[in-house]
Structures are given as structure tokens and as C-alpha cells.
Design a protein around this ligand. Sequence first.
Ligand code: WTA
Length: 572
Amino acid sequence: MESKVLPVIQGDYTLKDYDQMVKNFSWEDVEKEFSWHETGLINIAHEAVDRHASSYRKNKVALYYKDASRKEAYTYNEMKRMSNKAANVLLNHSTLQKGDRFFIFMPRSPELYFALLGALKMGVIVGPLFEAFMEGAVYDRLSDSEAKAIITTPELLDRIPLDRLPHLETVFLVGDSIEESDKFVDFNKKMKDASMHFEVEWLDRESPTVLHYTSGSTGKPKGVLHVQEAMVQQLQTTRWVLDLHDEDIFWCTADPGWVTGTAYGVFGPMLAGATSVIVGGRFSIDTWYEAIQDYGVTVWYSAPTAFRMLMGAGVGPMEKYDLSSLRHILSVGEPLNPEVIRWGMDVFKMRIHDTWWMTETGAQTICNFACLPIKLGSMGKPVPGIEAAIVDDQGNVLPPNRMGNLAIKKGWPAMMRQIWNNPEKYESYFMNDEWYVSGDSAYMDEDGYFFFQGRVDDVIMTSGERVGPFEVESKLLEHPAIVEAGVIGKPDPVRGEIIKAFVALHEGYEPTEELEDDIKQFVKKELSAHAAPREIEFKDKLPKTRSGKIMRRVLKAWELNLPAGDLSTMED
Ligand code: WTA
């Protein structure tokens, strides 16, 4: 049988001695690289772009962009100019000011990155929205944050209910033949005329940067707010975990609508002055392999779902491409199956390095490092400078090999600083004001490796995207046929989990295939395709507690043929 430990593959890695770094490292060493060391003030877009534009990296490519119709490259100097222009456009054609919320709702394109960096130069808070969101999901996020402006495309405009969003003053549109008005601004037209000079807003380290909405098991999506200081950890993990060197070509496959797509699709690599590849459009096996070949990608950060799809396609498609530039591969978002790691060893002759973190942690926290052996099934060890532990429900640290709550010691640099508009919710994440409790269960072995066991709550991870069952259930209840709904994640070999809904119907409705399709379409149209149930099961009645809460645990037990556990709180 194959060994469960994969030894280090020889290489010259940025992090050489993990144990020594754990003992001696201080985040202050990283801070010294940034401007606040001298002035006390900072701006993440300056550190990610302008700093390199006035260094030997000036003419180095910061960003390669490619989709079905465009193929472009931008140096650090060009990124500086384009983000300055974008900042001027936002400044001159809206009332956006420092601290206001500006949303980005569009498919990946160079303009998306200019607008993101431009807004950050102004000290505006950026809310990135995944392009697949539909009207209900868009409305919830824009109204909760009282967004003042948004950048989008004409194709997505009808998903923004302008009449119900009184705070939304300005809509920047990226597309052809835009009709301008008080509300609508042609972004590209204004970019042409905008000045390429802009004085960045200098901010303190606690000033907010991005607002990512993410799902929990109860309530609507919550706005997780990050601050400037996150850049310290984003930069250092880019070195230690992604192991990016100056000559690397890095590809993070995540969309900036999710935290991986901002923290490591933009900030980490640009703070490190690296070259990034951005591939627009949908996942396709050939496009992906081609991107690695054509750009000579050396470091590749993706997700288990994608790896499983590539694995499922076999070596046939792979043999058409030269993938020999790759030297380091990483994964995030869901458990990385040992089977996928074995596939990586087989086809790339390389280990795939799992990384664990969350929107709330703002940057990588527990990872497999190039300089450490990998234990199959483990997500690795804490990033030096970060303390992780397994705690019980009272916040006591448990000894090795005991399962409990995966927790991080409060106060790491990239830690979220607020749940938008919801201080009670924010407080509820912390136990005894000491531990941030992740909602994941795990154990740590005697060597300090962490092993993911599952979610403590009912959050669903489908194709690496986080879906809150409550949001889907609420939407299902808006369907005229449905009286009760419960939603769970059902294990799936490719997607990790799929969304399965159990529904009970109002009198007069029959469980038919047409109705099933109609319900799926309804959620798809209102929330997004990835939040729509792939399976629906009709029930006369759903298991509920006496206080009326749907017992998802029982639904899950039904689905998986497991014992349902304690049913004492269930109604008759
Ligand atoms: C899950 C994504 C197992 C976990 C950056 C976490 C993982 C949630 C891993 C956060 C991993 C993330 N192994 N599970 N390596 N990485 N998760 O906020 O349940 O979209 O709590 O952040 O994804 O999802 P989020």
C-alpha cells in the first residue's frame, strides 16, 4: 500500500524551516516592507501596484488576461495608470467617497481589476459579487450594505432592482453603445478621457478594503469586512504557501466574487510583485490546459472540484498540451481527496498542496507547505504567526487526536473586523474573546497536522462555493407551491456536495416532474445557478423541532441512511 505521507520534493523554497519560523517569526517584519512603517499610513492598491511601478518591476507584466475574445497583458506601470484612471472616473462621475460601498458585478475582464484597484485607491469599500448572482441575491447584498455605486455590464443590468435600491446612485456600465444619463455612466468612454494621475488616499491599517458576502447556516448572507492590515498576511502567505518568486507565472483560478479571487487572485500576487494569469469565461478542460501551456504557468492555485473534473477527463485531453512549466500546485475550498493528490503525483509528478481558510480569516491559515511532508487527508499546519487549536464547546483546548471545533487565536492580521451592520453576529464568532470558532470540525494529530472532518453547522460547499441552506429554503418558500422546505448538502463525487431540497406542497399541488423543474428554475432565476437544488424530494411533511425549525440533521440522516440521533426536540 502507498505510504500516507508524501515526502518533500527537492526545491529551493521561500519557507525553508517551518519549525524555526514558528518560533521566531513576527508579522512586524513583514509590515516593515510597507509605507506605514515610515508614515503610519497605507493603501493596499499603492502597495500592490504603484510601489512596483516605481521599482525594477515597472515593465514587468502584472496581469495576463485571456478569454474567448480578448488576450491582453498589463505591466505594473500600466496597471498603475489604468487604476489611476479608474479612480478618477469613479471620483468624477459619482459621489463615492472614502468608506462608501462600491460593488463590482461583472464577468472577469481587465476593467474589473482596474475598477477594483481604482476604488481601493480612493479608500472606497469594494463589494465583489459573483456574476452568476440573480436579482434576489444581488438585492440582499446591495441593500444590506447601502451601496452607492456599482460597475456592471448591460447584460447583467436587469438583475439589479434599481427601483428598490434608493441608495444606489450611480451605475457604471462596461459595454458597447451605452446610453448615458444621470444614473448611467459609460465606464470605458470615461476611462479614455480620464487623467492617469491620481493621489491615493492614505489610510490607517484598520481602514476597510473589501466586503465579501458569505453564507452561514442561518439568516441572510453576511457582509464580512476586511481591512488594510490583511495585506501583511496575504503577502507573507503568498511567499510561504504559494511560494511565489519573482520569475513565477501564477494562476489562481478563482473569481474575485469569492474571497480566494481577491486575496490570491489580486492582492497576494500583486503585493509580491508577481505575474498573474487571469482566464475569463467558464471552466473548460481545454481552455485550462491551454492557459497553463501558453502562459507557462509555474504556480497554480485551484480547487478540488476543478481537479476532479480534470481527473475525470483522463489523460487524453492532457496529452495535447505541454504542462511542463508547472512546479507547484495548490488547492482550496473543500476537502482535497487523497485520490486527487494521487492523481497529481501520477500526472504532474507533484504533490497538490491543500490550504484551509475562510472568507472570515481573510487569508490562508492552515496549509501544506512545500518544505514539509504532506499527510494524506490533512490540510497541513498553521501558517507561522498563527495559532490554531481544536477547542471544545466551552473554548478549552483539546489534546491531539480529539475531534472538536477548529479555532484560530483572535488577532491574526487578515482577520475580518466586522460583520456589516451586525455587531452581535460578529461577536458570536468568538469564544471567551480568545478563539475565533470556524464552524468546521477537525482534529490535530501528535505532529501538529490538522485533519478536516466536516462542518459543525449546515453550510453547504458545492463546487467549492459556499451556500447557506437558509437562503435557499427562504427562496423555496416564496414558490407558490411550497409550504415547507429543508435543504442539505448531499455528497457528490465531483462537486463535493450538491444541494438537495426536501419540500412539502400546499394543498392542491401535485408532485410532478414539471413542478420539480419549475422549482429548480425558480431558485436559479432568483438566487443563482450554483444555489439551485439539483435534487428535489417531495414529502408530506418535514421534520421540525417543537419551535418550528426544520431539522436538517434528520433530513441528512434520511438521505444517507444514517441514524438520526437525538429526536427529543422533534415535534410529533
Ligand atoms: C471549507 C474559502 C476542507 C471549510 C477560502 C470552510 C475547506 C469553508 C478547505 C470556507 C480545505 C475551505 N479543506 N474544507 N482545504 N478550505 N474549506 O468562506 O468548510 O468560501 O469553513 O472560503 O470552506 O469557505 P469560504
